[in-house]
Ligand binder design. Structure first.
Ligand SMILES: [Zn+2]
Length: 140
């Protein structure tokens, strides 16, 4: 064996000794919203991070929160922050973000977050890329 082959062999053995990745038991832990009350507004400081982790359009979560919390909203120009133009109890905001994740991100069949929202005719469907399930979801 050449030294390169030996090296590759060593890598292969090292990899085999690693525990198998447990996909289904893995916990999905998107960042918790960081909320700041600024005057009469409620800011979600890490909004972009959250929507990136959830792999969702920021406008979708923004619209959902605006509807659920009964507050107009705007996104900052750089898209990092969501600003709700009302003072809202941070626990309520957290609760709604969790609800959004349960309804619009997590597949109810297998519990994985690897989903996309597709629009079939006029209905919205959560399509799971892990198990293939399609679940109707309410429109936002
Ligand atoms: Zn699934």
């Amino acid at each position: 064996m050449s030294s390169k082959e030996e090296y590759l062999e060593m890598l292969r053995e090292a990899r085999e000794q690693l525990p198998a990745v447990v996909v289904s038991g893995e916990r999905f832990t998107p960042p918790k919203p960081i909320i700041a009350i600024e005057g009469k507004q409620t800011h979600i400081v890490n909004f972009k991070e959250i929507t990136t982790a959830l792999n969702r359009d920021p406008k979708l979560l923004a619209r959902y929160l605006s509807k659920e919390l009964g507050s107009p909203y705007f996104l900052t120009e750089d898209g990092r922050k969501l600003i709700l133009s009302r003072r809202i109890d941070p626990r309520q905001v957290e609760n709604r973000v969790e609800r959004f994740i349960r309804t619009y991100v997590i597949c109810p069949h297998c519990g994985r977050p690897d989903t996309v929202i597709v629009k079939i005719k006029k209905a919205w469907v959560l399509r799971c890329q892990a198990c293939g399930a399609e679940t109707p979801i309410p429109k936002i």
